[in-house]
Design a protein around this ligand. Structure first.
Ligand SMILES: *[C@@H]1O[C@H](CO)[C@@H](O)[C@H](O)[C@H]1NC(C)=O
Ligand SMILES: *[C@@H]1O[C@H](CO)[C@@H](O)[C@H](O)[C@H]1NC(C)=O
Length: 356
């Protein structure tokens, strides 16, 4: 944590110098080398003693430094997102995509469009429909975490199963809302067992997972009965373990140009799952992301849970739970501006109902 502050300060200072148009060959920058040394030892990177890898990583690290400077220059208010060094800063864009995000992105793009972008044909629950219309009840800010229905942030590590982490997080919240008991459910069960075009740690999709869960009436096991391993494996549902918890119904909708409705669903129904483009989150430290986060449907590469929002300040934002551990961003969360489909957050949003 402290390191982040140090690094952010160092970067802000170095920004001042970089603004002076003196031509310095980027790979000889003394400041960069010094920062990299500190970075490598702070994160105890395994390539510490491997000169070849060290050199390669330094190139990637410099790319991040320039990106951080560019992104920080765009800050327009005190609340704007700020960027600095993170554990991901030594990755190329491709490495970041395959490590932290949903891999085989381009191959899956088209299928996702067909699979998931369609609106569910069955009607949303009538009661929800009525509640969605009552926009008048929407408070200026709302945070499901304060209601005790959000489990602690998880770390997906190098397993590209954001889709499973996010859906399970929503199931946990919906069980908590319905039954007043906050319990953890098994992400690994989804990683190992989900069919319907989901490929464990190699990628998947929130809406096709929900379809699989609903169509097959899959019992969702408690976390303790099928703990996380961090890799894809064979589906090993122990027959002695069972659960009454199932996905009863869900919606999977686009709220582009109707984020007001998204907020209404969030307040009146519960936390929702959303596909996003997380490419620029590699060096995110905190603040509200307002710019330079492409919202195109074809750019979606990650999934997150929206647990609340705040419209009481000058820049309204969603409160977004990530699955990159509690040290990422704001204690594992990030803030994304409301209203312009930033990071594609409104493209594909799923609301879940559970049967207990
Ligand atoms: C640093 O990483 C090495 C393995 O690469 C490990 O043996 C060592 O315990 C780590 N040190 C710290 C302080 O985490
Ligand atoms: C629902 O609540 C009851 C009473 O607290 C508890 O025994 C049960 O395990 C809960 N069910 C789930 C699925 O959490």
């Amino acid at each position: 944590m402290e390191w982040k502050t140090v690094a952010a300060t160092a970067l802000v200072i170095s920004l001042g110098f970089l603004a002076i148009p003196i031509k310095v060959a980027p790979d000889t920058s003394v400041e960069d080398v010094r920062l990299f040394e500190t970075y490598v030892s702070y994160y105890n990177k395994s390539y510490r003693h491997d000169p070849e890898e060290y050199g390669r990583k330094f190139g990637r690290f410099q790319r991040s430094l320039r990106q951080i400077e560019r992104m920080n220059r765009l800050r327009s208010t005190q609340e704007s997102a700020y960027y600095g060094l993170t554990e991901f800063s030594d990755l190329s864009e491709e490495e970041f995509l395959s490590l932290a995000l949903r891999p085989d992105l381009s191959a899956r793009g088209e299928r996702h469009r067909n699979d998931c972008h369609r609106r569910r044909t069955h009607d949303p629950l009538p009661e929800r429909l009525n509640r969605v219309k009552r926009l008048i009840d929407i408070p200026p800010k709302f945070d499901w975490r304060t209601k005790g229905v959000v489990t602690p942030v998880r770390a997906q590590g190098s397993c590209g199963a954001c889709w499973a982490y996010t859906v399970v997080a929503c199931v946990e919240s919906m069980v908590a809302i319905k039954n007043s008991t906050l319990r953890s459910f098994s992400v690994q069960e989804m990683i190992d067992c989900a069919g319907n075009g989901n490929f464990g740690c190699n990628g998947g999709d929130i809406c096709s997972l929900l379809s699989w869960l609903e169509d097959n009436e899959v019992p969702i096991l408690p976390e303790s009965d099928y703990p996380v391993t961090g890799t894809s494996g064979t589906c090993l549902v122990d027959r002695s373990k069972t659960s009454t918890v199932r996905v009863g119904d869900f919606t999977c909708d686009s709220y582009v140009d109707s984020e007001e409705e998204l907020i209404s669903t969030l307040v009146n129904h519960g936390p929702v799952a959303a596909a996003v483009n997380a490419l620029t989150w590699q060096n995110y430290l905190g603040g509200i992301i307002q710019y330079h986060c492409d919202g195109a449907f074809s750019m979606l590469n990650h999934a997150v849970q929206i647990v609340g929002y705040d419209r009481s300040g000058p820049t309204p934002f969603y409160i977004v739970r990530n699955s990159w551990g509690p040290l990422f961003g704001n204690k594992g969360y990030l803030y994304i501006a409301i209203g312009k489909n930033i990071c594609g957050i409104a493209n594909q949003v799923a609301a879940v109902d559970v049967i207990i």
